[in-house]
Design a protein around this ligand. Structure first.
Ligand SMILES: [Cu+2]
Length: 133
């Protein structure tokens, strides 16, 4: 019974974080990533990423207790074992909102877009796939 109660409490906490992580007005997320009590909402500018064109990523980060910090936005092609040819810059805009500029997908195929979040003495990497034609 104690074990079951602990599981239920964990689920409730997770739902609370998810509900608390609302995008600011005017921010329509393209994606939502969640892991280990951290939520990242993100969108890209422009919304459709073009091959060989710079783009930006806007993100909102939420988490338990002290808000976690977004420390890195990066991308790689797992099948090709390489990253991007450019290193994006990352700026905090306050309120858990961040902007990464200068990303570029220089090859068609599957890219893994990743967000490194640090808080409470641990780092969490959340990632999503983006396929470029
Ligand atoms: Cu490649």
């Amino acid at each position: 019974m104690i074990r079951a109660a602990a599981v239920v409490a964990g689920l409730v906490a997770s739902v609370a974080i998810a509900e608390a992580c609302e995008p600011p007005s005017g921010f329509t997320p393209r994606g939502r990533l969640e892991s280990a009590g951290v939520v990242v909402l993100f969108r890209t500018l422009p919304p459709v990423i073009a091959l060989g064109r710079h783009f930006s990523v806007e993100a909102v980060v939420c988490g338990d207790g002290t808000p976690p910090a977004l420390t890195r936005v990066d991308a790689r092609m797992p099948e090709h074992r390489h990253g991007m040819n450019y290193r994006p810059t990352l700026a905090s805009k306050g309120g858990g909102r961040y902007v990464a500029d200068g990303l570029m997908f220089h090859m068609p195929g599957r890219w893994e877009l990743s967000f490194d979040v640090e808080g409470g003495g641990r780092r969490t990497r959340l990632a999503t796939d983006v396929v470029i034609d």
